[in-house]
Design a protein around this ligand. Structure first.
Ligand SMILES: C[S@@+](CC[C@H](N)C(=O)[O-])C[C@H]1O[C@@H](n2cnc3c(N)ncnc32)[C@H](O)[C@@H]1O
Length: 217
């Protein structure tokens, strides 16, 4: 049976977005030095407002599979960008026939573009965008959370998971992208200590980077 990832509307959009993100890579590399200096969340968001910096296609398919396998009622994403990962999550929710994706983004440019894209794919009815700083917008989220993708700025993973933790259901999966980034240490220290209520596992998603998958116990 075809999946929603094979729906021509979704496949065409993902293909277009991955091509655009690949085309940006040289520009991103050229300007890499600009982004390494210390910046506020807002400054970094503005500096990166044209860049996709998405999960890889392999990571997208992994996210789709994990959501299919675990059938979460509520999926929360920290860091939507233009919506590549959100589309993989939403395709899985659609194919499960149950659930919703709540995603977060600070950049107005990205939010406006993603709204159009989500409508174009027909997955907009399972996606809610919380607009603004996730540390504020996620406070208002009701109910239990069964699946989390952390893919915003890395220094915020710890405060975001601290905010969501009281609402994580038992068995919830928390997936953190770019786990090899130096900024991730405080977050990894938390989820790798089983006394904090997680069983955590790291695996490579490309040569130089990894994802941390943590199960809430
Ligand atoms: C690596 S990109 C996300 C890529 C996306 N998950 C994908 O695969 O297409 C990180 C995004 O997080 C957003 N972000 C960073 N800090 C945020 C915050 N405090 N609240 C909401 N969004 C934030 C940035 O604007 C940026 O678009």
């Amino acid at each position: 049976m075809p999946t929603s990832l094979q729906d021509p509307r979704v496949a065409t959009v993902l293909d277009r977005m991955y091509t655009a993100s690949k085309d940006q890579m040289s520009k991103l590399r050229e300007r890499g030095g600009d982004f390494n200096r210390p910046m506020t969340t807002q400054e970094r968001t503005e500096a990166m407002s044209e860049f996709y910096i998405p999960v890889t296609p392999e990571a997208g398919r992994l996210l789709y599979s994990l959501v299919r396998a675990t059938r979460p009622a509520t999926v929360v994403e920290f860091g939507m960008s233009f919506g590549i990962s959100a589309l993989h999550l939403a395709a899985a929710v659609r194919d499960n026939g149950t659930g919703r994706v709540v995603t977060t983004e600070l950049s107005d440019t990205k939010i406006a573009a993603a709204k159009k894209t989500f409508t174009e794919t027909g997955l907009d009815d399972v996606i809610t965008i919380l607009e603004g700083d996730a540390l504020t917008t996620l406070e208002s989220l009701d109910g239990a959370i069964d699946f989390v993708l952390l893919d915003g700025w890395k220094d915020l993973y710890l405060p975001v998971i601290e905010l969501l933790e009281p609402r994580l259901s038992t068995g919830a999966l928390v997936i953190a992208d770019n786990a090899s980034s130096a900024d991730m240490k405080p977050y990894l220290d938390r989820v790798r200590n089983q006394d904090n209520g997680y069983v955590s596992f790291n695996f490579l998603v490309r040569e130089s980077d990894s994802m941390e998958v943590s199960c809430r116990t």
